[in-house]
Design a protein around this ligand. Structure first.
Ligand SMILES: Nc1ncnc2c1ncn2[C@@H]1O[C@H](COP(=O)(O)OP(=O)(O)OP(=O)(O)O)[C@@H](O)[C@H]1O
Ligand SMILES: [Mg+2]
Length: 313
């Protein structure tokens, strides 16, 4: 395991930031940690980096107790709300950080130029950081985290303030890192982005892990469909075995199929015949199909259901 956490607790005075978290992250995974403001995401990352001491429990990184020097060498970190020294340029900053990390000069220059190019800062690398926009600082922060080609990346809100094109570039960059075997641990509030990017997610709520799983499992297909015809359904239309309701301001119908036979799982993805019969019945009554789409549970559905249990602490 790259990250292994058992019954981890963190108490800040009387406030319990983490209340017994257990979690494993396998190599070459894009792992997304979600949760409300104050849920404990940053605290967990800081414990894994050895920056904050846990109150109780165990945490290991690359098979060694957290805080071990040799494990830390293998880690890249993008803190949330980071501040880079403003009098540096991208080039001089990365050169300094690379030197501190012991990367030979020629290699760190090559790698810095490569990252600045990938992250869209090429051409602006001689500008002092005080002249950078928010998104440019964020891109440079990522370059800093990747400079020494770490085996594990901890990214706290990596695309915060970055424009849509930059976000796509960052997603592609992280997918490439994973392909090379890097494990990426991301804290984020951007559910759509996490759904697109991550293999596995976990949701923290008030310091407790509410759910962990693969994105594919957590966003399964539902037994309902969104459908549209060329005109409204005639009042005479009848179909047994489904419930129909108007959604999206009347532009779509949601057709929820009744479970076929017996108690089977309500989210069964293997019974499309029901919708075929529904469409056939509709066209027999003169309606023409214009749109048909199976509904999926999104990460947002799951997240909101969990957050609803109590809101922010
Ligand atoms: N140094 C500290 N001293 C006291 N309390 C702290 C400290 N650091 C964090 N906390 C508290 O611990 C809880 C978890 O904070 P943390 O920063 O881990 O949340 P988060 O999930 O990263 O939130 P956000 O989404 O806002 O970044 C919060 O209630 C916070 O006030
Ligand atoms: Mg945070």
């Amino acid at each position: 395991m790259v990250v292994s956490v058992k019954q981890l607790e963190k108490q800040y005075g009387a406030h319990r930031a983490l209340g017994g978290v257990s979690l494993d992250v396998e190599p070459a995974t894009l792992f997304g940690l979600l949760g409300q403001n104050g849920a404990g995401k940053t605290t967990l990352i800081k414990i894994l980096l050895g920056l904050v001491a846990p109150t109780a429990g165990e945490a290991s990184l690359l098979g060694q107790p957290v805080g071990t020097f040799s494990a830390r060498r293998e880690v890249g970190y993008l803190p949330e709300d980071h501040r880079l020294p403003e009098y540096h340029t991208s080039t001089s900053l990365l050169d300094l950080y690379g030197a501190l990390q012991g990367i030979p000069r020629r290699e760190r220059r090559r790698r810095a130029a490569e990252l600045l190019d990938i992250l869209g800062l090429a051409g602006r690398e001689k500008l002092r950081i005080r002249g950078y926009s928010k998104g440019m600082k964020q891109r440079l922060g990522l370059a800093q985290a990747l400079l020494h080609s770490p085996r594990v990346l901890f990214l706290d809100e990596p695309t915060d303030g970055v424009d849509p094109v930059g976000r796509k570039e960052i997603r592609d960059l992280l997918l490439e890192e994973r392909r090379l075997g890097v494990t990426v641990f991301i804290n984020s509030h951007l559910l759509g982005e996490v759904e697109q990017l991550c293999d596995r997610v976990a949701i923290l709520r008030k310091g407790k892990l509410m759910v962990t799983g693969t994105v594919a499992d957590l966003t399964r297909q539902k037994a309902s469909w969104l459908i549209a015809f060329d005109r409204d359904m005639p009042a005479s239309f009848r179909f047994a075995g489904a419930t129909v309701e108007a959604v999206e301001g009347g532009n779509r119908l949601r057709v929820s199929l009744d479970p076929a036979d017996g108690p089977g799982p309500p989210q069964s993805a293997d019974a499309p015949e029901g919708i075929d019969r529904f469409v056939a019945a509709a066209s027999a009554s003169g309606l023409r199909l214009r749109h048909l789409e199976r509904e999926r549970a999104t990460l947002e559905d799951l997240y909101l259901a969990i957050a609803d249990g109590g809101g922010t602490p």
